[in-house]
Design a binder for this molecule. Structure first.
Ligand SMILES: [Zn+2]
Length: 109
């Protein structure tokens, strides 16, 4: 999702395959939780990564999201994890939290 709350929602299989073809988004990641898939990625680097990766059914939507992102960063949310990101200690964690925070979520604040 981006800082405006626009998002591309992937199901479990799509998420797995996206991580598989992009090397877990490693090349685009600027900060990540060590215990789950939640991370902050650089929009420009994500475009490069998707361009270089094998085709993915949601690549087009993700590229649109990255191209239209209002800030330099995009936020990856692992909706399936129960992780509370206690070991993610980085100023960008706060930025991620602010961008993704939804009322009633279990993420610590
Ligand atoms: Zn986490």
């Amino acid at each position: 999702m981006d800082d405006d709350g626009k998002e591309v929602a992937l199901d479990e299989y799509e998420g797995d395959s996206l991580f598989a073809i992009t090397g877990r988004l490693e090349a685009a990641t600027v900060s990540a939780c060590p215990d789950c898939r939640c991370r902050v990625v650089a929009a420009v680097a994500l475009v490069d990564l998707l361009d270089a990766a094998a085709p993915h059914p949601r690549s087009g939507e993700l590229l649109d999201l990255a191209d239209d992102a209002p800030t330099l960063h995009l936020y990856v949310v692992d909706a399936l994890t129960k992780c509370e990101h206690r070991r993610w200690r980085d100023p960008l964690f706060d930025e991620w939290l602010e961008a993704v925070e939804v009322p009633g979520s279990q993420v610590r604040s």
